[in-house]
Design a protein around this ligand. Sequence first.
Ligand code: S3P
Length: 171
Amino acid sequence: MVIVLIGYMGSGKSSVGRKLAEMHSMTFVDMDDFIEEKEGKKIREIFADKGEIYFRKAESRYLEDLMKNSDNMVIALGGGTPCYGNNMDYIQQSTDKVVYLRASIEELTARLKEEKEHRPLIKHLSDTELEEFIRKHLFERNFFYLKAPYSVLVDGRPVETIADEITSRVV
Ligand code: S3P
């Protein structure tokens, strides 16, 4: 079984994924960590040195590598992974257990205010600009995220509760 978690930055893909994998004795893979390991650089360094286009191409390539060799695995994708090229189609051809962790703009803004620094897409934004950016970006990205067959609300809910809900609906 392979479960793929998608959703905006700060929606909790990594922490929920880690919990879910632990609950079911599955392997957890965080796509950003996977890319950093393969490239030998932090995501923010890849963006700074080689630019976003390079990152998006590399991300699509690594997605295929990862999905081809996945089994008994929970995968937390990067926030943008489903939204480029034909990645979302590829993900859905690889597994029917794709879960969108859905958060409100208010929740995402509050969470991301605290952790802008290592995120290249938002680190230059002021707190007021951040909310507007998320509103527009999420509107565009929901086109892809909402293709997932499962969607779970995360606002104000502990990681364990979210992992339990995914278990009851998907596992
Ligand atoms: C991105 C999200 C990040 C990371 C990169 C780009 C995005 O992953 O892949 O900074 O485009 O939303 P997280 O969602 O894990 O922060």
